[in-house]
Design a protein around this ligand. Structure first.
Ligand code: DX5
Ligand code: ZN
Length: 220
């Protein structure tokens, strides 16, 4: 039987970096499941976010697993550093890896769960030869680089195709969806087969972020 997970990973990209501890504590207290950390190098994506010192500051207070989304070229150079900084899940981009199989294996060998992220234009069919080496598939529902963008509706078709692939390959990889997720579209995404939703803007722009997290997870 397929068990729906309905997990929520809160993207800290929209947090208040002037008072980060308060936002980490908020996520700790909330019903959120994971911390989602968006690491951008200014090359793979047209933006630079934050790196290891900030991640370590979050790790020092976080009481939930750290879900790292690495938007960088040559991700293989940083795998051990992310392990040391506290990553439980490490996701690299399909489009950034020449030797994806080797990189995913190295992530698992370090004791982390291995994820692969797909840009909106990248077909899930390209994962057929790698799916058994993956713990999570991160479906980008915006073009990576910025928080607060509009959800791309084609994502629903992508989730359906990915689900078919996972079922035919008997893979138990989780489906994570990232970008433009809010209290309106979350329920449809969970129903479509998303195990984990990422939300940043919808959480931190809400008057009551704890309540927004509850509403995204439970649709009420
Ligand atoms: C975009 C990031 C996302 C982003 C999600 O490059 O991967 O994780 O922060 O943010 P919202 O929820 O604001 O779309
Ligand atoms: Zn992300």
């Amino acid at each position: 039987m397929y068990i729906m997970s309905n997990l929520l990973s809160v993207s800290m990209l929209s947090a208040n970096f002037g008072n980060l501890n308060a936002d980490v504590e908020m996520v700790n207290k909330s019903e959120a499941d994971w911390f989602h950390l968006d690491i951008m190098d200014g090359v793979f994506v047209p933006n630079i976010s934050y790196g290891f010192p900030v991640m370590q500051a979050i790790a020092g207070k976080a009481q939930k697993p750290m879900d790292v989304h690495l938007m960088a070229v040559h991700p293989e150079q940083y795998l051990e550093a992310f392990k040391n900084a506290g990553a439980a899940y490490l996701t690299v981009h399909y489009e950034a890896c020449t030797h994806l199989h080797r990189t995913l294996k190295a992530i698992r060998d370090l004791g982390m769960k291995a994820g692969v992220a797909l840009n909106p234009h990248t077909s899930s069919a390209l994962l057929a030869d790698i799916i058994h080496d993956v713990d999570i598939v991160l479906v980008m529902s915006v073009n990576p680089g910025f928080s607060g963008q509009t959800f791309i509706a084609h994502t629903f078709r992508k989730i359906a195709e990915l689900k078919k692939l996972l079922q035919s390959e008997k893979s138990s990889a989780l489906i994570e969806v990232d970008g433009g997720i809010n209290t309106e579209n979350a329920v449809q995404l969970y129903e479509a087969g998303a195990d984990i939703l990422v939300a940043g803007h919808a959480v931190f722009s809400a008057a009551n972020p704890i309540e927004a997290i509850h509403r995204i997870k439970h649709n009420k």
